[in-house]
Design a protein around this ligand. Structure first.
Ligand SMILES: Nc1nc2c(c(=O)[nH]1)N[C@H]1C(S)=C(S)[C@@H](COP(=O)(O)O)O[C@H]1N2
Ligand SMILES: [Mo]
Length: 264
C-alpha cells in the first residue's frame, strides 16, 4: 500500500499558503500614513501579526522574483524626496562641500575582510542600471532610474562569515535635532541583500544622486517599501541579529512601530 503521508503534507502546506496569502493582502491594504501609524497602538499590533504571516507567504512564494522594471519614458521628471532632505550638522556639509572626497563606506561585522570604500572605488565596480517604482507608505509612488553596484558584489568581496543573517545600513542623518543618537538606520535579510536588484546607488536619472535623495550613496532594495531604502549611507554592518542595535527592532521607523518586513 502507498504511504499516505505526502498527500497529507501537501494539503497542510496548501492550507498554510492560503492563510499566509490572505494575511499578506491584509498587510498591504492596511498600511496608513507614516506619521499617524506609530501613535495608534492597535494598528501597530495588527500590523505586527500580519507582518509575520506576510513574510512567510513571500518566502514560500519565492523571494527571488524581480520587482517590475519600467521604460525610460516612465521616469518622473522629479523624484519626490521624503524624510531627511539635508542631513543636519557640519560633518555632512563639509563632506558635500568637497564632493564627498573624504566620505567612505565601511563594510564590517560578520565579514572576513572588512572594507573601507571611497566613492571612486565603488564607481569602479561592475554596475547595474534599473528603472523601478518607489512606494512610500505615506501613499505616493515615484518611478526613477538608479545606477550603482549590486550589494551582493560588495558583500562577496567582504566575504560573509558563518552566522551572518542580516545586513544593517547605518546612515549619516540624525532624525531629531536634539538627539545625536537618532541616526537613521535599517536592515534586511540576506535574501534581499543578495537580490539581483539590490543596489548601492550613486546615480539617479543619469545624474549624481541629489542631496535630497541620499547623496553620496543610498540603498535600493526594490522588493521593499520606501522606508526600507536607506539614504546617506556610511556603514553596512553584517550581523546575526539586530536586537542590540537602536531599540532592537531593526530600523529607525521599525523602532517606532513600523513592520520590519516592508515587502511589496
Ligand atoms: N537616511 C534616511 N533614509 C531614508 C529616509 C530618511 O529620512 N533618512 N526616509 C525613508 C523614506 S520613509 C522614504 S519614502 C525614502 C524617500 O526617498 P527619497 O527621498 O529619495 O524619495 O527614503 C527612506 N530612507
Ligand atoms: Mo516613506
Amino acid at each position: 500500500m502507498k504511504n499516505p503521508r505526502p498527500f497529507l503534507e501537501q494539503r497542510r502546506e496548501r492550507r498554510g499558503l492560503l492563510r499566509a496569502g490572505l494575511a499578506a493582502a491584509a498587510a498591504s491594504s492596511g498600511l496608513a500614513g507614516c506619521d499617524a501609524l506609530s501613535s495608534n497602538e492597535t494598528a501597530v499590533a495588527v500590523l505586527r501579526s500580519a507582518e509575520r504571516l506576510s513574510y512567510g507567504a513571500q518566502r514560500a512564494l519565492g523571494r527571488r522574483a524581480m520587482a517590475q522594471e519600467f521604460s525610460p519614458a516612465d521616469i518622473a521628471p522629479v523624484f519626490r524626496p521624503n524624510g531627511t532632505t539635508m542631513p543636519l550638522g557640519d560633518g555632512y556639509a563639509a563632506m558635500l562641500a568637497n564632493g564627498f572626497a573624504d566620505w567612505r563606506l565601511t563594510i564590517d561585522g560578520l565579514v572576513a575582510k572588512p572594507l573601507e570604500l571611497s566613492l571612486a572605488q565603488l564607481q569602479a565596480m561592475p554596475t547595474r542600471t534599473q528603472v523601478t517604482r518607489h512606494d512610500c507608505v505615506e501613499g505616493w509612488s515615484c518611478i526613477g532610474q538608479w545606477k550603482g553596484v549590486r550589494l551582493s558584489h560588495v558583500l562577496n568581496l567582504a566575504q560573509l562569515k558563518p552566522g551572518a543573517k542580516y545586513v544593517v545600513f547605518h546612515c549619516l542623518d540624525q532624525m531629531e535635532e536634539d538627539d545625536e543618537r537618532s541616526l537613521y538606520y535599517g536592515s534586511v535579510d540576506l535574501d534581499d541583500a543578495f537580490h539581483e536588484q539590490t543596489l548601492l546607488a550613486w546615480e539617479l536619472n543619469g545624474k549624481p544622486l541629489p542631496v535630497e535623495n541620499g547623496a553620496p550613496l543610498r540603498a535600493r532594495i526594490e522588493r521593499q517599501l520606501g522606508y526600507k531604502q536607506p539614504k546617506y549611507l556610511r556603514r553596512v554592518q553584517v550581523v546575526a541579529g539586530f536586537g542590540d542595535i537602536g531599540a532592537g527592532k531593526g530600523g529607525y521607523w521599525e523602532d517606532r512601530g513600523y513592520n520590519w518586513y516592508g515587502g511589496i
